[in-house]
Design a protein around this ligand. Structure first.
Ligand code: MG
Length: 313
């Protein structure tokens, strides 16, 4: 079976040549369109019960998250989320309605207008959101990282993965971690600010830093060196993961669904961002000429990888 990467590569190969309005085609966090004098981002993301979530997520949580993860993709381009279309359904209309209530709640939270969508009966709860975002300048792509840039992340890593472990374990307590998993906080302000200040490349961390930083490096034709001991991991995340017998740094690098933004930028841009961003900004490594390398206390860490959406779960 094809993994998600291979499937997307196959599909991309089948696309016709884009019309001139398409400034950035498939392959980044969003596509970018020039419409009149304006640049707009377009993206979509789908959540499916049994694949992306289980019974521990309420239908409202699922609807909310479907919007939040799309908003995150807009944030990673340096855009402002504006409009969505939401489609989906479940085996009963009550569940569908509750899911769309979550969609609406997120729209209000992120200042996005729900244009419409479609509903259907479905064997399991499924929701797909398409989003349009507006750019005030050229988008920040995955492909702009240059050797010498610093790599920084917004917020914190590993909390969402820890929250997922709490949920899978039927655990109580750790309410903050569970919320980080069910209701991620996309970093729109930080993404916008980073774009304004001159970030070279950005990606939102959906599949885990280890996996997502490789995408930036691949598309930029560069390498990187990430120091796992620098990853911003909150005290409660660290404590919970240790108690569950997990290594906090490994989970923070590979767990996925952080929906933070990874930023590649010259040092002075990172310093300016640190000074002005309300969301904490942490340098976790640097861009190099070649090879993606993870180190910890000076030693190289092998075989770190992230989440594959088509891997068995
Ligand atoms: Mg993304």
């Amino acid at each position: 079976m094809l993994n998600e990467f291979e499937l997307i590569r196959r599909l991309s190969g089948r696309l016709p040549a884009p019309p001139p309005e398409v400034v950035v085609p498939i392959g980044d966090d969003c596509a970018v369109l020039r419409l009149g004098d304006e640049l707009w981002t377009a993206a979509a993301d789908m959540l499916v019960e049994g694949r992306h979530f289980r019974g521990w997520a309420s239908p409202e949580d699922v609807g909310y998250k479907a919007v939040a993860v799309n908003v995150s993709d807009v944030a990673a381009m340096g855009g402002v989320p504006r409009f969505i279309l939401a489609s989906g359904g479940a085996s009963d209309s009550e569940t569908t309605l509750r899911c769309m209530d979550g969609v609406m709640e997120a729209c209000e939270e992120f200042g996005v207008y729900p244009l419409g969508g479609d509903t259907t009966g479905a064997a399991t709860l499924t929701v797909d959101v398409a989003i349009l975002g507006q750019l005030e300048r050229v988008p920040v792509l995955r492909s702009g990282a240059r050797p010498g840039d610093l790599l920084a992340v917004t917020g914190e890593l590993g909390a969402s993965a820890a929250g997922l472990l709490v949920l899978e374990g039927g655990g109580v307590g750790s309410e903050r971690l569970v919320k980080k998993h069910l209701r991620p906080e996309p970093r729109v302000e930080a993404g916008l600010l980073a774009a304004r200040l001159g970030a070279q490349a950005m990606i939102d961390l959906s599949d885990g830093l280890a996996s997502d930083v490789r995408r930036v490096c691949e598309m930029s034709g560069v390498g990187c060196r990430i120091d796992l001991s620098l990853l911003p991991i909150a005290g409660d995340t660290r404590k919970y993961l240790r108690s569950a017998g997990r290594d906090p740094e490994t989970v923070a690098a590979t767990g996925g669904e952080d929906y933070e933004i990874l930023i590649a930028a010259p040092e002075e841009v990172v310093e300016a961002l640190k000074a002005r961003s309300e969301t904490p900004i942490t340098v976790v490594g640097e861009v190099t000429e070649t090879d993606v390398v993870f180190v910890r206390a000076g030693d190289i860490v092998e075989n770190l990888s992230g989440w594959d959406h088509f891997a068995g779960s």
